[in-house]
Design a protein around this ligand. Structure first.
Ligand code: XBP
Ligand code: MG
Length: 260
């Protein structure tokens, strides 16, 4: 069994818990800037997260929640303008240090780097958001730790379509069997699996806990630390083992167990 030497990370909900207290207030700030009385509460946002992509999410809100909106000639341009404003707010929040990494993320990335494993990112979010999260929440210059950062509109179809994971693997010249994907949502799991990646580790969050993660190799509440053990929500390929944290040895066992 070849060593699983490529780790492909999702961003939102996986590297950091960004949605409720990051993206959501950024959208609301952009709506206020535009003089709109739209307010995405945590509950409404939870529904809207069924749509990946911020621009697509605004359009879905317009079409399904029918909020009042100003007379505009070009709806696409209107949405794009709102989204640009939202991204400015969101990246400012990141620069202010408002969005920390999730438990175990910094440690695992450090261990993988030290062992010479290859790192990549496959995300629906806007590239500027990835740059800001890595720079301000992981480490200055850490964007260079990732060989490929596949993000946002670089592919025609967003998750759950497999495009972004396929794009990243093709750009790296790696096969799905060499990779382990890290995701937080059913959309993300589907995207990775449909791209041929058999080994997908899911860490749930407040918005995705309870989604259908059939096909995941392992489902946890987070990646764990020695002083903050993770909880196994679905052992998947691990059988009776109950790890306290995810490290490279566990990833090796997971890859061997899932036989992918
Ligand atoms: C999550 C998404 C993104 C973010 C918002 O991406 O669906 O759309 O919610 O970011 P992932 P944008 O879980 O794949 O990282 O507004 O830039 O789309
Ligand atoms: Mg995600």
């Amino acid at each position: 069994m070849p060593e699983p030497d490529t780790l492909i990370f999702d961003v939102d909900g996986t590297l950091a818990d960004t949605e409720r207290d990051g993206h959501r207030p950024a959208f609301n700030a952009a709506f206020r800037d535009a003089g709109l009385d739209w307010e995405w509460t945590p509950e409404i946002y939870g529904e809207l997260l069924s749509v990946t992509g911020g621009k697509e999410r605004i359009r879905f809100f317009l079409e399904h929640f029918h909020p009042g909106m100003p007379e505009v000639e070009d709806v696409d341009a209107f949405i794009a303008g709102l989204h640009r404003a939202k991204t400015k707010h969101y990246t400012r929040f990141l620069a202010e240090g408002r969005i920390p990494l999730r438990t175990g993320v910094r440690r695992l990335i450090g261990e993988a780097r030290a062992a010479g494993w290859r790192l990549a990112i496959a995300t629906t979010t806007t590239p500027a958001n990835v740059t800001a999260l890595l720079e301000h929440s992981l480490a200055p210059g850490s964007e260079s730790w990732f060989e490929v950062i596949g993000a946002g509109d670089v592919v025609p179809a967003k998750k759950p379509a497999p495009d972004i994971f396929t794009h990243v693997m093709q750009s790296m010249g790696v096969e799905p069997g060499e990779c382990i994907a890290f995701e937080d949502s059913a959309h993300g799991l589907r995207s990775a699996r449909d791209a041929g990646i058999g080994c997908v580790l899911v860490t749930v969050n407040g918005y995705t806990r309870g989604q259908d993660f059939a096909g995941a190799c392992l489902v946890l509440d987070h990646l764990g630390e020695a002083d903050r053990p993770c909880e196994v929500l679905d052992p998947g390929c691990l059988g009776d083992e109950r790890p306290r944290l995810v490290d490279l040895d566990l990833l090796r066992r997971l890859k061997a167990a899932c036989g992918e």
